[in-house]
Design a protein around this ligand. Structure first.
Ligand code: PDD
Length: 282
């Protein structure tokens, strides 16, 4: 498998960085995960714009412009011998003697690799998944897609330990997001999502879902969602680039709505798949 590291395309086994890289020592970096269907990156411009936002958030200069990134990304995609890919981009503050303060004149480390994209099967989508809730104890800059994911990892493990797929996070009595996904609530036919803020990462999938809701006349609201509304939902969904639209059918051991993927989840999943096909053919 070919990867990209600091200007070179090379086999994974030959990609080496210093142990003093600030990504390794401090988790001082940001990332993106771009789904690639049939060798075409999905919503690349949006992902690159979010990467710019994350870099701005940590005060790290973007090493490439849009055209530069696109060029490197398309080359990396072309080098793989599988068509559906999960393309990972990571930029760190580079290699320097350990000191919290930003190093001066140090180039960032840029790493990209690709894995086969594994999305849920129709059977898994039809079954839905279970989730648990937890207090969102992350920092207050969750809109930055930072590689320092320790809190997310610990939160997500709570779901895994319970045999579930995701942890739904609540902060001060309100829904924020999943440990690695955004969360939507459906009540009486209305789709609801928390508003983008520093308390959550605005998913590219989140945006697509809201665009599809608007385009297809699905009633929807973007507003703060209380814990009570989460627990009283008819439907609960998790969305992400790899999970796409996945129904949560059980929360903390209690059935969500009827305990099976609801009608709106099934409709949105179909709309999402159709949209994906359209975009990829265009
Ligand atoms: N995670 N919120 C968090 C905390 C996430 O980690 C993710 C995605 C999302 C959804 O974003 P998007 O729709 O752009 O994938 C929301 C990716 C998949 C990951 O870390 O692997």
């Amino acid at each position: 498998m070919s990867v990209y590291l600091n200007g070179q395309f090379l086999p994974l086994a030959d990609a080496k960085i210093s142990v003093l890289d600030r990504g390794f020592v401090f988790g001082d970096g940001v990332y993106e995960l771009v789904p690639v269907y049939s060798k075409k990156p999905f919503r690349l411009e949006e992902h690159l714009r979010r990467l710019q936002g994350s870099l701005d958030g940590i005060r790290l200069a973007n090493p490439h412009d849009m055209v530069g990134w696109r060029d490197l990304i398309l080359k990396l995609i072309a080098l793989q011998d599988f068509a559906d890919q999960s393309l990972y981009i990571q930029v760190t503050r580079g290699v320097a003697p350990r000191d919290h303060a930003f190093p001066k004149g140090v180039p960032p480390t840029v790493f990209m690799f690709v894995q086969p994209l594994v999305t849920a099967t129709p059977e898994q989508k039809a079954a839905g998944v279970c989730a648990v809730t937890a207090t969102d104890n992350r920092w207050l800059r969750c809109n930055i897609k930072a590689i320092s994911l320790l809190a997310n990892i610990l939160l997500r493990q709570q779901a895994v330990d319970a045999g579930c797929a995701e942890t739904v996070m609540l902060r001060d009595g309100f829904l924020t997001e999943g440990a690695a996904s955004n969360i939507f609530v459906v009540k009486d036919g209305v789709l609801r999502a928390p508003p983008p803020s520093n308390l959550m990462l605005t998913g590219i999938t989140y945006d697509v879902v809201l665009e599809l809701a608007a385009a297809h006349g699905i009633p929807h609201e973007v507003r703060a969602i209380s814990e009570a509304e989460v627990r009283d939902a008819d439907e609960l969904w998790m969305t992400s680039s790899t999970k796409e639209v996945m129904a949560i059918v059980q929360l903390d051991g209690e059935p969500v709505g009827a305990g099976v993927p609801g009608p709106l989840a099934q409709r949105m999943e179909a709309l999402y798949q159709t949209f994906k096909q359209q975009v990829m053919r265009a």
